[in-house]
Ligand binder design. Structure first.
Ligand SMILES: Nc1ncnc2c1ncn2[C@@H]1O[C@H](COP(=O)(O)OP(=O)(O)O)[C@@H](O)[C@H]1O
Ligand SMILES: [Mg+2]
Length: 345
């Protein structure tokens, strides 16, 4: 059995509707797993079940072969960094970090040693005597992390810990979290609604939708081969084209045109989807696969590229084009959907 196991978990806040329904999650020791999904899909609820703040109405939580389902919060000794878990304003950095160890009645010398060590690891040496209000957002976040890590928890639970930081700090901090997590080998669940953040630090990603996990896999596999339309949309796929299966690698669109794909699927009428940046703008004479002709209806400047909405016989197709050759509204344009980049869902 995996180190961490959520088995068939149901949660209901009102005894009528299930917020989580039959949720399963397995995590190996030392892995960092992200829960990714839109607001309201049940990420925080899942973490609260693990932390012990809510008891599931059905199912079990097993950690290291021990049934934790009914163990109270304070006996779980997990490291928690929740959005709402603020630092104690009246305690210094040192005392904030030492708090959990004092609760555990660790000796004074041992506390000093461990707090100093973790402050060094979190790049907070020299800040021991400061109070939270004398720190920047990123420093405070690191103190919260140090406080969670110092108890050397069996599990580290992070609920959108970077959401209050500006863009640059977020990136620094996520590298920091990954480094610490690796160094200390702590099994970690990281909650986020930001796919880039999640892909960059996770060993595995669980994409959640409406209280269930729709796909659980490595970031690479999810990025390249989403299994459902929801997952595909959430990670940046657009252009969902209704298709009918002709054979394993050939599909027919609604206007009768044929699409070839590298990776077929078992469904008789799947949708073919592709990211806007994977579509190529070609000339009308080019002999290329999966060609569609359309008219530019909207152009959006993205910085590195332009994005166009094309009106085509298959509906609106969204495509990115380089800044070298800029198209105008009403221009007629041909695009090719490379067969290796089309995913069937
Ligand atoms: N204490 C609560 N009482 C009732 N409903 C709640 C409570 N907390 C969360 N919910 C509902 O449960 C669903 C999942 O919420 P949550 O787990 O916080 O989602 P996420 O963290 O993914 O944004 C939402 O529909 C939310 O409104
Ligand atoms: Mg949440």
């Amino acid at each position: 059995m995996a180190f961490f196991n959520l088995q068939d978990i149901n949660v209901s806040y009102d005894k009528k509707n299930n917020i989580l329904e039959g949720l399963n999650l397995e995590i190996e020791k030392g892995e960092l797993v992200s829960l990714l999904g839109p607001s309201g899909c049940g990420k925080t609820t899942t973490l609260r079940v693990v932390a012990g703040f809510i008891e599931p109405t059905h199912g079990q939580f097993i950690l290291d072969d021990t049934d934790m389902t009914k163990v109270p919060v304070h006996k779980r000794n997990f490291g928690l960094v929740f959005q709402s878990y603020a630092l104690f304003p009246h305690l210094s950095v040192f005392d904030n970090v030492a708090f959990g160890l004092k609760l555990q009645k660790v000796s004074k010398e041992e506390i000093k040693k461990r707090v100093e060590n973790i402050l060094e690891v979190c790049d907070l040496k020299g800040f021991e005597k400061r109070f939270p209000k004398q720190l920047s957002g990123g420093q405070r976040q690191r103190v919260a992390l140090a406080r969670a890590l110092v108890v050397e928890p069996k599990l580290l639970l992070l609920d959108e810990p970077l959401s209050n930081l500006d863009a640059k700090l977020r990136i620094n901090m996520r590298v920091e979290i990954k480094r610490l997590q690796r160094k200390l080998g702590i099994t970690t669940i990281f909650v986020t609604h930001d796919q880039e953040e999640c892909f960059s630090i996770s060993d595995k990603v669980a994409v959640m939708n409406g209280g269930v996990i729709e796909q659980y896999d490595t970031p690479e596999n999810i990025y390249r081969t989403p299994k459902t339309e929801f997952v595909a949309r959430f990670i940046g796929f657009e252009n969902f084209i209704d298709l009918k299966r002709k054979d394993a690698h050939t599909y027919i669109a609604s206007d009768g045109s044929e699409f070839v794909v590298d990776n077929g699927c078992d469904k008789e009428d799947p949708k073919g989807t592709i990211r806007p940046e994977d579509i190529q703008i070609v000339s009308s004479q080019d002999n290329v696969e999966n060609k569609i002709t359309g008219k530019v209806i909207v152009r959006t400047f993205l910085g590195k590229s332009y994005q166009y909405e094309l009106d085509t016989p298959l509906g609106v197709i969204v495509v990115n084009g380089s800044s070298d050759h800029v198209l105008q509204a009403q221009d007629t344009v041909c695009v090719s959907l490379p067969k290796g980049k089309i995913v069937l869902v």
